[in-house]
Design a protein around this ligand. Structure first.
Ligand code: F6R
Length: 609
């Protein structure tokens, strides 16, 4: 989604803004722009398309000269991608970049038109610029003008603002959209919607709370609340460095991140294994409190939702506690029935997904305990959940998640073991055995990654496929859902995941000669059932690739191609079976010449509903 970077300091702002925007490219965008305050006033340059289009424009028009500026990558919501709709937007003496959505922009626009303002874009953001200008003309004070506008606008926003009459100052404010203030070295301060854009300059940051206003000059950073009173804020330190957000010799971030999965799993697992036991300090619940939990609800979007589906099978199977899994976008509007003793787990890599965040808030407002499983430290979900369990995956740059997905699974397995212990369904022997299986996962994943050629060759036969199906039962169904999403989002090949038993209730009519069906068959108890479904599609012409456990060689009688995964505990097979499916999606995408890391229309962090 949209990205913001802002700079105030002693260096050339244009260079710093462009570099910062490049770091935000991964979030998905369709136009870019900058505004630089300098000798010539505030100069705005923007262009539809990739940042190369903006760079070319700057080469033609000349680079704005100045040491203060704001930059933006836009992912269109209100109004098509175009030069005019690209940010920054200017009105009178004010220039603005904005992430999020101003929900009441139509009525604000109407009021401004009555006051004589004219609009030149279709965006919701323009009303912010116009209203800031309107108030600034009355009171000539930036802070007062910003506060007045905050009282007018509804919705989600992160704003970077320049006032022409205050050329050495950068203003920023946020509500329900992320914005970080970076304290740079030697008089170079920054703002950004995402830490990756700051890392080259600093790791010392401040997280803005809702409706806090930051006022930055080269040598000072001040914070104010909506009453205009100064606010003291604590500095935080981001502990991953810039190289974590670099490709490091890999062709794509996605490939690099797939290869980081063993490390991610170790980093998420090891701190929570102490003296041979699972210790989740951040959960802060006694056995009795766990026994008191009525029902678990897991709420998330996309791949995080898929880990939730796996989580349901794991929790119910291991702990015999009822679990409901919901898409956050559905949960928030279906008036969910929550018991006062329930626990709601919200899973999110970014910690900023609008629907997941809202689901969390609804739950909290109902007085129900919330636990966030989150990757981005200091993100909104991490800060607002009652308890937070971090997945230590580091920055994930490819839009299609891989390593954060794997880390989320580990967090869920650990929680399930802890719950199982308290509920008496997991004894010391089972704990020891599961810990030893979990510890083996990183090496087993490495093995699967290192045998990538087989998948690569296979993928090359399916570059022109029209439809590909994924089937499985139980946890294998959850894996099929994720395998299918990975493929369709980065290769643009239509793909469906089906619970294998559902096939004959409709889907099987889509199977024709040569259709690829990927069957996931890791659950021994369901092996024969899924094999029957494989036979059904094969007899209708399908080509079947099976992903199954080592030793299940009898599947070769049915499948056309078999990928074996190492033996592990039945609850943990998702962590291994997903690897060949990630590789398959990746190589199909590469073979089709798609933009693997930045698939069309997608954004990394979905901060609008
Ligand atoms: C797919 C993918 C998305 C995210 C979803 C939730 O590869 O990455 O489906 O899983 O948008 O995002 P987070 O986890 O940031 O809440």
């Amino acid at each position: 989604m949209c990205g913001i970077v802002g700079y105030v300091g002693k260096a050339n702002a244009t260079d710093i803004l462009l570099e910062g925007l490049e770091k935000l490219e991964y979030r998905g965008y369709d136009s870019g722009g900058i505004a630089v305050s300098g000798r010539d006033g505030v100069v705005v340059e923007k262009a539809k398309g990739r940042l190369t289009a903006l760079r070319e424009k700057l080469d033609r028009d000349g680079r704005p000269d100045g040491t203060v500026g704001i930059g933006h990558t836009r992912w269109a919501t209100h109004g098509e991608p175009s030069d005019a709709n690209a940010h920054p937007h200017r009105s009178g003496r004010v220039t603005v970049v904005h992430n999020g959505i101003i929900e009441n922009y139509l009525s604000l626009r109407q009021r401004l038109i009555q006051k004589g303002y004219e609009f030149s874009t279709e965006t919701d953001t323009e009303v912010v610029a116009q209203y800031l200008d309107y108030y600034y003309q009355k009171n000539h004070d930036p802070l007062t003008s910003i506060i007045k506008v905050l009282h007018r606008v509804e919705g989600a926003y992160a704003l970077g603002i320049l006032f022409k009459d205050h050329p050495d100052t950068l203003y920023a404010v946020r509500k329900d959209a992320p914005l970080i203030v970076g304290k740079g070295k030697e008089g170079n301060n920054l703002i950004a919607s995402d830490a990756t854009a700051l890392l080259k300059h600093t790791r010392d940051v401040y997280y803005l709370e809702n409706n806090e206003i930051a006022v930055l000059t080269a040598d000072s950073i001040g914070f104010f609340n909506v009453d205009g009173d100064p606010v003291e804020k604590e500095e935080s330190r981001i502990d991953w460095d810039e190289s974590a957000a670099e490709k490091g010799g890999y062709e794509h971030f996605m490939l690099k991140e797939m290869y980081e999965q063993p490390k991610t799993i170790r980093d998420t697992l090891n701190p929570r294994i102490k003296d041979g036991n699972v210790v989740i300090e951040e959960l802060g619940m006694t056995d009795e409190e766990i026994r008191n939990v009525g029902r678990i609800h897991i709420v998330a979007c996309g791949s995080a939702y898929h880990t939730g589906v796996t989580g349901k099978y794991v929790f119910e199977g291991m702990c015999r506690i009822p679990v409901e899994v919901d898409l956050a976008s559905e949960f928030r509007y279906r008036d969910p029935i929550l018991g006062e003793k329930d626990l709601v787990i919200v899973i999110s890599q970014s910690g900023e997904t609008a629907d997941s965040l809202e689901a969390l808030r609804i739950t909290k407002a109902a007085g129900i305990m919330t636990l966030g499983i989150v990757n981005v430290v200091g993100s909104s979900i991490a800060r607002e959940a009652d308890k937070v369990m971090y997945t230590w995956a580091g920055p994930e740059i490819a839009v299609a998640t891989t390593k954060a997905y794997s880390a989320q699974l580990i967090a869920l397995y650990l929680l399930a073991i802890r719950f199982g212990q308290a509920l008496g369904t997991v004894d010391a022997k089972a704990t020891a055995s599961m810990i030893s299986e979990l510890k083996r996962l990183p090496d087993q994943i490495e093995l699967l990654l290192n045998n990538k050629e087989k998948i690569q060759n296979f993928a090359n036969h399916y570059l022109a496929a029209q439809h590909i199906f994924f089937i499985g039962r139980g946890i294998d169904y959850a894996i099929a859902m994720e395998g299918s999403l990975k493929l369709k989002e980065i290769s643009y090949i239509h793909s469906e995941a089906y619970a294998a038993g559902e096939l004959k209730h409709g889907t099987i009519s889509l199977i024709e000669e040569g259709t690829l069906v990927n069957a996931i068959v890791t659950q021994d108890a369901l092996f024969a059932k899924t094999v029957s479904n494989m036979v059904e599609v094969k007899s209708r012409g399908a080509f079947v690739m099976a992903v199954t456990n080592e030793g299940n060689t009898e599947i070769e009688n049915t499948a056309d191609l078999v990928i074996y995964i190492p033996q592990t505990n039945r609850f943990f097979t998702d962590s291994l079976a997903i690897i060949p499916l990630q590789l398959f999606a990746y190589y199909v995408s590469v073979g089709r010449g798609c933009d693997v890391d930045k698939p069309r229309n997608l954004a990394k962090s979905v901060t609008v509903e």
